[in-house]
Design a protein around this ligand. Structure first.
Ligand SMILES: [Zn+2]
Length: 126
């Protein structure tokens, strides 16, 4: 049975299909798709290891401006997403260096994300 890795396309391009009928071809397909999505700049935020949050400077304690009020929420969001983000950043760097395994981990972890949806299709031989 022939296996196909299908990229569902999205805002930037049409659907794409890759031959995934052997482990070697699947690995090549993951790496190729990763490089393609990287060129579309879908991973820009993964190029840095952590979300950079700056607290407003010289604001008095109890300041009611929006950046001050929003800061605890931002820090909490960062804490919750941090482990996942660090992991994805690691995969991103390894995939950039040519690791098909890292490209696979990244693509599968993000397979439900907008513009990053992938699925497997099996072709029946008759
Ligand atoms: Zn303030």
């Amino acid at each position: 049975m022939t296996k196909i890795l299908a990229y569902k396309g999205g805002d930037y391009c049409e659907r794409k299909y890759y031959d995934a009928s052997t482990p070697e071809r699947l690995a090549a397909a993951y790496l190729h798709l990763f490089r393609f999505l990287d060129k579309l700049e879908l991973y820009e935020h993964l190029k840095v290891p952590a979300m950079y949050i700056v607290a407003p400077r010289d604001h008095p304690e109890g300041c009611q401006c929006y950046p001050c009020l929003d800061l605890p929420k931002k820090l909490k969001r960062r804490e919750q997403g941090e482990a996942r983000r660090i992991q994805m950043h690691g995969w991103y760097c390894e995939a950039r260096a040519g690791s098909a395994r890292a490209a696979e981990m990244l693509l599968l972890a993000r397979r439900d994300y907008r513009n990053e949806e992938i699925e497997f299709v099996e072709l029946e031989a008759v």
